[in-house]
Design a protein. Sequence first.
Length: 237
Amino acid sequence: MKPRDRRFRDAVGARSGRRFSFGRPDGGLPRRRRAREGRVGMIGGWIILFVLSVGAYVAARLPPPERATTGELFGRATPSDGDSLRLKGRRVRIEGIDAPEIGQTCRHEEAVWDCGAAARLRLKTLVEGVTTTCRLHGRDRYGRELGVCTANGLDVGRAMVLSGHAVSYGLYRDEEAKARADEVGLWGGEFVRPQEWRRSHGGAEDGPHRADDWMELIARWIEDEASALVTRIIRAL
């Protein structure tokens, strides 16, 4: 190559900052290689999703640690809504469940029904005329008493979730799965989880009552990561 030609080549390379090989930038990848690497990345994503799902399943099945009882109340209770009671002049938030809020509506086929009022009515039928006992486990972030309550020996939170008038909120996951499979209560149609409904209607933020249990935190984190990964994989397809 003549010196003049070399200077021309160097000048072009310096101005463009690129070197060419067979009409394609050196950094470019052949189509087959790009496709192969895309498939490898997708397979890796599914493997990660599988591992996260197994982890979430195992974490959810481990028994929650016992919480220290801070007190006990018993007597005739009056429901304030679908997941809280008035007992001995104190408001008790039933631990581990979340029920539709007063004023919240849900849908069953083409009909709209007042699921918030229905949840309160269901709780009223469970506690009315019988002695309710609540084992207290401290307070939530808003200062309300948190308690696992029984009415005439029946676990009220469990009954509410099994009937489909409340959802699991840190406890009663198996009961929620059964209610969903049986399509009872809320699961017989369409509804927004109470936590999401409160957020969209400017209500107070609230987290699962047992979120301070480290195993609950791990399970929720794994579920969130798995859900986000599924979304990314679907968008990449």
